[in-house]
Design a protein around this ligand. Structure first.
Ligand code: HEM
Length: 146
């Protein structure tokens, strides 16, 4: 990620922060509507879900300015996600819905540039998480392609 992209994502999250409850509700409504199979993975308590959503965004914002120091934590986070039952394809489902709600919330602020910056941030974190969450054979394979 280039520094301008880090700024775009960091500013975007700062703008979303005061409306996080409403955005989180929108996110889960759309996610479970489109992918009902994901519902059992999450806690049923909506306030816990909102907290998780906020944690996820905070994690992204903390990760990107210094990805090197975050990479190890991202791997542990990915391993926990594998334990929650999260599979590789789910990352793309979540990204599509997340970007939709962020686009709706940011309005004109969701430019092509903003989308590219968010995509880089999300993909970077996802890759690190998947390395942590991959079963040993998959991990070896992933290492092999690098
Ligand atoms: C950029 C990608 C993501 C980030 C940064 C992220 C971050 C987090 C964080 C910080 C937590 C709190 C618990 C913990 O630290 O282990 C969490 C929990 C969780 N995440 Fe994610 N997550 C991401 C993607 C996903 C995806 C793709 C799914 C798939 C549906 C998912 C499903 C869950 C579930 C089910 C929990 C557990 C909720 C609970 O039982 O309390 N996450 N996530």
């Amino acid at each position: 990620m280039i520094p301008e992209q880090v700024t775009i994502v960091t500013r975007g999250i700062a703008e979303l922060r005061p409306r996080l409850e409403e955005i989180a509700d929108d996110f889960y409504r759309r996610l479970f509507d489109r992918h009902p199979e994901l519902w059992p993975l999450f806690p049923t308590d909506i306030s816990v879900q909102r907290r998780k959503f906020a944690d996820e965004l905070e994690m992204i914002v903390r990760a990107i300015p210094d990805f090197g120091s975050f990479a190890e934590r991202a791997r542990h986070l990915g391993a926990r996600h594998a334990g929650y039952g999260v599979r590789v394809a789910h990352y793309a489902h979540v990204r599509a819905v997340l970007f939709e709600v962020i686009a709706a919330a940011l309005g004109d602020g969701w430019t092509e540039e903003a989308e590219a910056a968010w995509r880089s941030a999300y993909n970077l974190i996802t890759e690190a998480m998947l390395l942590g969450g991959a079963p040993p054979a998959g991990r070896r394979r992933l290492r092999g392609v690098r």
